[in-house]
Design a protein around this ligand. Structure first.
Ligand code: AMP
Ligand code: MG
Length: 426
């Protein structure tokens, strides 16, 4: 028994993306866990992190040179008496106080002595015995980082929802945290559908295709902070499809690949109707990836009364991603990623396209926003981008050669070489 499919809801790319972002904003991560600092790169921080002391904790010399009083450098070269040496990690109190006409040799990372208000770089000095000649003027404050100027004890340095990258890990290390509280990874179910799709362990017949989407999606899920859960391949047959969708709805998010186009055996929407799924959109005006489906299955008495399909234990979002491998990859990046990231506890972030100079002309049919696999090359400030020369949304090899997507607005059909084009970096 099938409910009739809802009439199609086709949105512009921007509207579809905003709608996903609105739903993502309602999601919460499933829990928190303690994890060692080493190995936590890429995880999402679940606690605020505060400065346990002032940063820097002492007035830090930022250069190797001489600590002195800037006022002594009115006339250059200035000759000062060297009264001692201060090294990084030396005694907390060096016993040195710089007076008028004096300087102390100092190393980067050492505490500037009382009396000194600047450090002149050793390159601008010439040492003769216990005297130093200074050839260059410095101003008061130069090359000394004042106590607490980077952060005061108790200041918040990191916030929950930040992805831990190398800089964030440096902060955690600098406040002495060998373990961090991070969000638990959400479980994201992946359901590949299609009678022609076979497991990679099987020898495919001439009319069969190996399942690649489950693996590209698994990698994308991991990259977004999720834990992929691969379900068995679903045939284009309602009963088994329903069973597997039901299993998938037990995860935190369900991604279905294939079966969402207009073909006679594209049954995903029809079967989702058995779950009384609410569909937010069933198409996006993009290429590749037009027949993307986004929706939610609610739990509750009203639905279970239908007794058509088992109801998940909590409301669950799902995506029906078009099965063409490149469409699957692109639509994950554009729409599924923000949902996985939100479930992973990440603060929402907007999708940003960078602009890069186009290397060779592009001609397309207008009407849809396009995300075409492309190669970003060049060096330093001379980046350029060109299409990867793909043969359509099934061309996995061209997409594997690509490292970005060129974004082509719907109102353009020819873009000349040399124009700056928006690029989604992969
Ligand atoms: P569909 O969206 O089901 O109409 O599938 C569109 C195209 O993508 C067809 O050529 C399928 O064979 C192919 N396809 C669907 N699912 C997968 C998959 N899991 N792995 C590789 N190709 C797939
Ligand atoms: Mg199919």
């Amino acid at each position: 028994m099938h409910a009739p499919p809802q009439s199609p809801i086709a949105l512009s790319f921007e509207d579809a993306r905003h709608l996903v972002e609105e739903h993502a904003a309602k999601l919460h991560p499933r829990g928190k866990e303690l994890t060692p600092l080493l190995g936590s790169a890429g995880l999402i921080l679940a606690e605020p992190m505060f400065a346990d002391r002032d940063f820097p904790p002492f007035p830090r010399a930022a250069r190797d040179g001489y600590a002195l009083r800037a006022a002594d450098l009115q006339h250059l070269p200035a000759t000062l008496a060297v009264i001692g040496e201060i090294r990084a990690g030396g005694p907390a109190d060096s016993g040195i106080t710089v007076e008028d006409g004096q300087a102390a040799s100092i190393m980067t990372g050492a505490a500037a002595p009382p009396g000194a208000d600047a450090v002149v770089m050793v390159e601008h000095t010439s040492r003769r015995g216990d005297q130093v000649e200074v050839m260059k003027r410095v101003l008061a404050g130069d090359n000394i980082v004042p106590v607490g100027s980077e952060a005061r004890r108790g200041d918040r340095l990191l916030s929950p929802g930040m992805r831990l990258d190398h800089a964030a890990l440096a902060v955690a290390a600098s406040v002495g945290r060998p373990h961090l509280l991070v969000y638990s990874k959400p479980r994201v179910a992946v359901l590949a559908t299609g009678d022609e799709i076979v497991d990679i362990s099987a020898q495919p017949g001439l009319n069969q295709i190996r399942n690649s989407n489950s693996y590209s999606l698994a990698a994308q899920i991991q990259g977004a902070g999720g834990e992929p859960v691969l379900l068995p391949i679903a045939p284009d047959e309602p009963a088994r499809l329903r069973e597997l969708i039901s299993d998938g709805l037990e995860a935190d998010l369900l991604l279905i690949s294939g079966g969402v186009s207009m073909g006679k055996y594209d049954l995903v929407e029809q079967v989702l109707a058995d779950f009384n799924a609410e569909l937010f959109f069933t198409a996006v005006k993009i290429q590749p990836g037009r027949p993307t489906v986004f929706g939610q299955v609610l739990c509750g008495a009203g639905i279970s009364a239908r007794e058509v399909a088992p109801v998940p234990s909590a409301p669950k979002y799902f995506f029906g991603l078009p099965g063409n491998p490149v469409s699957t990859m692109v639509t994950f990046e554009l729409f599924a990623r923000p949902m996985v990231e939100a479930l992973a506890g990440m603060q929402p972030k907007k999708l940003i396209f960078l602009h890069v100079k186009l290397k060779s002309e592009i001609k397309v049919k207008g009407g849809l926003k396009r995300f075409l696999p492309a190669i970003l090359s060049g060096e330093f400030e001379q980046a350029e981008v060109e299409l990867a020369g793909w043969q359509g949304s099934g061309d996995i090899a061209a997409t594997a050669r690509a490292n970005c997507y060129i974004v082509i607005p719907p109102d353009r059909d020819c873009i000349p070489a040399g124009e700056w084009v928006p690029v989604l970096v992969r």
